[in-house]
Design a protein around this ligand. Sequence first.
Ligand code: GNR
Ligand code: NI
Length: 173
Amino acid sequence: MAKLTILEFPDPRLRTRATPVKSVDAELDTLIDDMFETMYDAPGIGLAATQVDVHKRLLVADVSADKSSPYVFINPVIIEKDGVVVTEEGCLSVPGYYEEVERAEHIRVRYLDRKGDDVEMDAEGLLAVCIQHEIDHLDGKLFVDYLSEAKRQRIRKRLVKDKRHRTAEAVTL
Ligand code: GNR
Ligand code: NI
């Protein structure tokens, strides 16, 4: 198992559009384990491969309080959506910022599970919000893209400044 490094906004690699997974094999299985370890350690309720600089259409999620409901979505496609819900969202790639975002309330998603089986699932609540947030990552999109330009620029500037501070500290240590 290995903990992976999470890319942070405004890293341009977060803008990459991920390509479909061609083979659900042992190498992918290792990546999935590493993504769960990284997500639980963060801690977060979801993680897209894009965030760990792997540009494949793969995401993991677990919105349970006790890490009891791990889900793997390979090549996910939302085939139905309805309703609207507003949630205060955060993102491991935009650390420290939480803003309201509008999403579909219910979704039906088609994907391959980690065994490679074709599955359809209905999701609602936080899991539905999380899946939509993660699929956005696979398309190079971040929740800050739904905010005003002014808000996004303010977050970008603060994160760049934070990062300079952290890098300077690391050099001093
Ligand atoms: O941990 C996370 N929490 C969260 C809260 C509300 C809406 C979406 C999320 S996903 C986020 C982890 C993350 O950045 N996944 O890409
Ligand atoms: Ni995110």
